[in-house]
Structures are given as C-alpha cells and as structure tokens.
Design a protein around this ligand. Sequence first.
Ligand code: ZN
Length: 351
Amino acid sequence: MIRSAGLLTRCSARLQTRTCEPSPHSLRNYRVPHISILRCGKARTAAFIVALVLFVPLSTSAQHTSAGSGQAFDGAQAYEYARQFAAIGPRWPTGSGHVKAEEFLRAHLLRAHDQLEEDTFTADTPIGPVPMCNFIVRFPGKKPGAIVLGTHYETNYPLRTINFVGANDGASTTGLLMTIADQLRAEAVRAPGKKLDGYSVWLVFFDGEEAIQQWSRSDSTYGSRHLAAKWGRDGTLNQIKAFLLADMIGDKDLDIQHETHSTAWLVDLVAQAAKKFGYQHYFFQKEMDIEDDHLAFVERGVPSIDIIDLDYGPNNSYHHTAQDTMDKIGAHSLTIDGDVFMETIRLIDQR
Ligand code: ZN
C-alpha cells in the first residue's frame, strides 16, 4: 500500500469523523477497525469534476443493458426483495429473526430447482458456540470453473438492543443477489442444456459477517472464513476464477470505494464494466482498506474484490445505526450494481 504523509495529513480530519470518533453510540466501530483514504485533495477533486462533465452525456445516452438479457437489470425487483427481507426485522444469530431470514432465503432459492446447498456449521464465538448457515446456489455453466458472488444476510448481535434492520447492510445486497439469481435462472432456462454460456456462477449468502462482540479477525466473517477453509480442504477453491463480494451498495447516494485488498485485475474489470454503462463516477473515486468477507478468499489466493460503499449518510452516520432503513436505499443504485455485476461476469467469461 502506498501511503503519502501529505495526503494522510490532509485527510485525517475526515478519517476521524468517518470512523474513529468516540461516541456513546459508536457501535459502527464493530464493523471496520481501520480505514485509510489514500486519495484526496484539490487535484483529484478537479479531476472528478472534469470526469463528471465528460461522462454525464455518456451516462444519459448509454444503453443500460445487462449481459445477454437485452434490458436493464431489474433494480426495482432487487429493492422489493430487500424491502421484504428488511421487514423481517433484526436477523442476528441465535435470534428468531434469523430463523425467519433463513426460511425466506430457502423459500426463494428453492424455486425452479436451483442447486441450493445449506452449509450449516457451528461458529466458535465470544458468547460460545453459535449455529450459523451459509446458503449457496449454483448455476452450472459450459466452461469449467466458477465465478462466486457473495453477500452477508445477517445483522449484528451487538445491535440487538436497537431496532437495526440492516436495510443497506445485509438486506440490499441480499435482494441484489436474489435478483441476479432470477436473471441467471431465466438465462439458464433459455440456454441449450440449461447451462450458462460461460463459467458456472455460484451465489453465496454468508452468515456471521458481523462481529458478535467486537470486530477482530477472529470475531467477524465467520461464514466466509468457514467456507473458504472448507473449500480449501476439499479442492473447490481451485475451480474459482473470481470472487465478487457485494456489501452496503444499496445506498441511494452510491459511492463505491476501491477496496485496497482487492485483486487489481478484478478492480480494472469492474471499472471497465461500469464504464460500459456510463456509471464510472459511482466507482472507485476513493481508496479504502476494508476488512470484509473477501479476505478469507484473498488470503487463499482467489482473485477477489469487495464492492462496497462504506460512506453511508453524512459522515457515514447511518452505518450500524437504527437509521439504516429502506428509505435510504435506491432501486437505481441496485440497477447500477446489477448491471455492473452481470457485465463483470461476462468480462470474466471472456478473459
Ligand atoms: Zn455491518
């Protein structure tokens, strides 16, 4: 990672307000222990404004088509799934809402005989053993190998004392992946042999991303660490061409950061996909170092990217608060996400 002392000095006030302020309600700190913003300053702002001016005409005239579908991704459907999922309420592990969340995913993902696997395991947590469940849906492709798309679906255990429904943090990306499942299912049904044109696509809905007590590498990302280790042992990881993680990208004010643990060629491919639709101003205007469900895959050598918007509300003030509700989520943001995910799959297939 490249660090510039000058840049960091100029950014430090912003860093403080975004992530480090001591607050009686600073439960948001459970999620991300440290963030580095490496790019800021006047030159970049000027470049950003120029970029906006240049790209607005492209944005309005771009054909918003998803790979192979001939039409825009159905962000309204993704929003509706997210709304239904958030309406379940808090979904923290061991809670009754978590059981309802599992039932909701099972009911949806079993449609049309998708290859659904429930990966149940017991997590060793600061409050003792906690039963957890990852959901995996597989859409077979003609090419050998798989592209994995992931999100987490549960909400924080520490936030069980407030009405935290995680509309953006968990529900929005669950709705996104459910809609991607619908689209892949439709593509597979039309295809000869019912197989996708490129690689297989596996969708993973992770449990236990959030800390149970306080964020650390051992108290977080339980589902992804479990699954990456399991797939490492049984050789499944060798089949994975790329791992794409979606987190907190339902925000109406979409501002997806370049997460610095992510694999460079995948960052480039996602940027290329965004550019196709004129969406590039929503992507990678800032860099951040973020710990998330992709790390267990990064550490095992799987090309991975965390597609995340950790800039949610003024000074990130909606993150991990009761403010994370559906009125902050935009169907248009989910359309952008879906278009870019589907196009990125297509670009990986062509690689
Ligand atoms: Zn969270």
